[in-house]
Ligand binder design. Structure first.
Ligand code: SF4
Length: 215
């Protein structure tokens, strides 16, 4: 199978099993998405949504985060991992949104990266979700699945995987594919016990798990 055929197979299979994959983080305001994505580092979206249901009610505005004490925010988010660093990030984000960006989430990576807790992946998620920019954020699921599907090499870094995915797919599909990769990794091609038996991408899967296909 040549590369073009492989790409078409992945796209059509994802459309078949994941036609409506979208962002699973809950938010109703732009800055809430930014907060939710920062909170989601090394935490499941489900856990973040449980937390933000209460958090977004207690802190409905950017000023609420800026005015709150660090200790209060720590206490309010301590049910998730890395909460101390995340509390510092939330305070910094609120302060910068207020004083540097006129209460608006910036629509460019350079400005987003000035805020604590915002790295390349967080910035890319914000840019595709809020501004429909042509980014391809690579999280743990995208990273794993891209390698299993032979779209990146085993030792590639996150940046390299992102670069290869950008080159492989047409820009107009980035957002949809980003979500489809995440859902594929979360519900089908899981890190442990992936659903290989029913997977129609077996023939292009390069992960060294061929024996699983015969089980
Ligand atoms: S065959 Fe298994 S490991 Fe390979 S892509 Fe499909 S689910 Fe993932």
């Amino acid at each position: 199978m040549n590369k073009k055929e492989k790409v078409e197979l992945i796209k059509s299979y994802f459309d078949e099993i994941l036609p409506n994959a979208t962002c699973e983080l809950n938010y109703s305001k732009d800055f809430e998405l930014l907060i939710a994505v920062v909170l989601s580092a090394q935490t499941t979206d489900k856990k973040v949504n449980e937390l933000t249901t209460k958090l977004f009610k207690k802190y409905p505005t950017i000023d609420d985060y800026d005015n709150a004490s660090l200790i209060d925010i720590e206490n309010d988010i301590k049910c998730i991992g890395l909460y101390k660093n995340k509390a510092v990030a939330l305070k910094d984000i609120a302060h910068k949104l207020k004083y540097n960006f006129n209460y608006k989430v910036p629509c460019n990576k350079e400005d987003l990266l000035t805020m604590k807790g915002v790295g390349n992946k967080v910035a890319n998620v914000v840019l595709i979700e809020l501004f429909d920019q042509e980014e391809f954020p690579v999280d743990t699921h995208v990273f794993r699945c891209a390698k299993r599907l032979g779209l990146a090499s085993k030792n590639d870094s996150i940046n390299k995987v992102e670069e290869k995915l950008r080159k492989t797919f047409d820009k107009k599909y980035y957002k949809k594919l980003h979500h489809q990769f995440i859902h594929f990794g979360r519900y089908f091609c899981k890190a442990i016990n992936p659903s290989c038996k029913s997977c129609k991408l077996k023939e292009i899967c390069v992960d060294n798990i061929k024996n699983r296909f015969d089980q």
